[in-house]
Design a protein around this ligand. Sequence first.
Ligand code: 26Q
Length: 862
Amino acid sequence: MPHPFHSATALAEHTDDTRTAMSSATIRRAFLDHVFYTQGKLPGHASENDLYQALAHTVRDRLVQRWISTAETYQAQPSRTVAYLSAEFLMGPHLGNNLVNLGIFDEVRAAMATLELDLDEILAQEEEPGLGNGGLGRLAACFMDSLSTLEIPAIGYGIRYEYGIFQQHIIDGMQVETTDTWLRRGNPWEIQRADCAVQVRLGGRTEHFTDDNGRYRVRWIPAKTVVGVPFDSPILGYRVNTVNTLRLWRAEATEAFDFGTFNRGDYLGAVSKKITSENLTKVLYPNDETQQGKELRLEQQYFFVACSLQDMLRLLEAHGIPVNRFHEKFAVQLNDTHPAIGIAELMRLLMDEHDLHWNEAWDITRRTFAYTNHTLLPEALEQWPIELFGRILPRHLEIIYEINSRFLDEVRVWFYGDDSRLARLSLINEHGERCVRMASLACVGSHTINGVAELHSQLIREDLLRDFHAMWPAKFTSITNGVTPRRWLALSNPRLTRLVTEAIGDGWIKDLDRLRALEPYADDPGFLAQWQAVRRENKRDLARLIHDCTGVVVDPASMVDAMVKRIHEYKRQHLAALHIIALYHHIKSDPHADVQPRTFLFAGKAAPGYHHAKLMIRFITSVAEVLHRDPQVRDRLKIVFLPNFNVTYGQKIYPAADLSEQISLAGKEASGTGNMKFAMNGAITIGTMDGANIELRDAIGADNFFSFGLNAADVQGLLSAGYHPADFYHGSPELRAVVDLIQHGFFSKGDTALFAPLFHGLLEHDPYLLMADFASYFQCQQQVSAAFADTVRWQRMSILSCSRSGRFSSDRAIREYCERVWHVERVPVSLLHRSSGHVQSTRVADQPLHAQANAASDSNRR
Ligand code: 26Q
């Protein structure tokens, strides 16, 4: 006999029409219920936030049904699962994205309209979870969307920071940071799973002993233990039933741990220790070089990795799979080196807790992990001082020494007599303060290592990790990044989505290569006009946003020239500023000069401890002030620094930009992903031959892409031949005028010292080769202006840019990871439902979404 409670809670009772049907009328009813029962308000008293929370719960109900079906399917059909380990997941707002993926945007808008509520205003209430710095964290979010859309079993593991990336304010032209209290009003997209909490040990010492079987063993006696509590968020794929889980860990104090102190009568002492434990997941670290070597950061990394691996072992046991088949069940991806400590942790778990011998444990570990590198800057490779490492993770340091010793034995044989190579390959950096090299640990402990664009992967092989490549060439591969067309086109650019879909259908949303079908329309004058109209409307929206946020009035007819990304010297926001100053000088020298009106839009955060980056912001805002004060110039050149760039602002900017600035020094930007978002939305790129720009240009065609500057080989050549920036200064009258203005204090009220750290020594040092690339950039910008003046030509380029951007979908990237790195396959999920008395399952693709959502269902559980 079935247990009455178990059968009562089968899916059927939760999928009746009143709770989860997708018609406008049912959504309206469910929404009103949530206003009343979840928010505890009468409609007349509901705040904007109450409306948002109620709608979020309404949508969440519709996800939960699919989430449980997904879990049931994975339980019944065990298959290899991707575990994506990332210290950052920059998800952006959930509500709009879930409406797109469920396919109920219009129904919800209609339901709200019957209540005289504006859906866009409700969507704007969502506080975005900014649990990442930039590209790397956003890539993880795009990958989660693609994994679910492609129906791949996957779990994203990370940290539930209480404070995400700081909020940026611009006060007197300078960046000021405040904390991001994103959880203030609660988070309807997470479910706390107290039953899956785990313990994590930190600090202390190890003891070596011989066990009853005469085996050498190690025991770790920690100084403290913290509890990891998972918070799960549903990640729905586009028009499928797959809802994977993003599992983020929060640190809490153990009760047992406090108890001892408590018994000694030190109540406040116990509380203060509790606070210390809970500090662990308080704040996301900005990617700030000066932050390297921070103890809490290492604790964060180990904490989430240890929680996640324990969770995987629990799942393995639940499936009755022995630990020595760990690698068959899980493909663990390391998003940069931040989770690389997982390699030592899995070794520890397999040996110390599951009694495996070294060789077997090492074999399993190497078959489990793969490592993605995201940087070419050697100074950005993570290293931890041995002293710090041993203090927090004494057992892991021993394991790393052992891995290193066995590895270097191999190296000695491979590269007989080459001691310099031994020092370069060692997991321990012996120059200066001894450090653990996390990238080296990741290389040794992974079966596959990938770069994130072709050039990046080539430079990894030839430069950054050349010694590892010489040993194991077959481990290295390249997977160019991608971005999800659901968020970055369907959600953020509804006007373009409508236009494209009317022309070629909606197949492109799941198969972005189909945008190619737009190509013939590039020569259709009627379509061109519609395309331009859509872009003009998007620009009007952006102009309104700029006005609301900064008070600056911009002309939507001017060219929107956008550079939005983290502020960094290698990305060269200051090169863009030099171009603006050159245009300014041009107008001042000849007030009747024909200068294409432009709105230069900058946005991006500087790491709080990165002085030069902050000075770059101050420089841009100072130039803006001078230009806006000048009546001869201010109607032709506008500079906007939009504060607090985040996913939400990105969704407004990419669809409205005419020109996308991708001007990093060649050989420095691993890939870039903003470049892809702009191109997809029909912006034209001006860029160096760096990162994925090269592949973008190949895809879009050199005629539709403005490239300039030195390539990576030129840069290396110039630097090794001896670079003399002063030669370029003397060789270009424009450059001379620009540099002189800055150095004479023209943009700093005569203060010649203010921007000196940025530009002083530019004629001697210039590490990012601004002087060398300026002339080429300036000339290229003149071509851009000429192209923009020819509206038909520009719109045509814009259509081609969009139609040829298909390769840059994260779906393509994830397919490559699945085939070449993870060896995982799709597991379609059915919504189980009851039909005429017996249990049936229907694949989502077999039925229209409404039909299957309305069908009563049953979990098939006994
Ligand atoms: C490290 C140590 C201590 C504190 C913080 C960090 C830290 C955190 C984040 C270091 C780096 C990051 C983020 C790096 C990042 O976003 N890299 C970008 O990754 C993108 C996705 O692959 C690429 O497109 C960009 O080119 C790359 O810069």
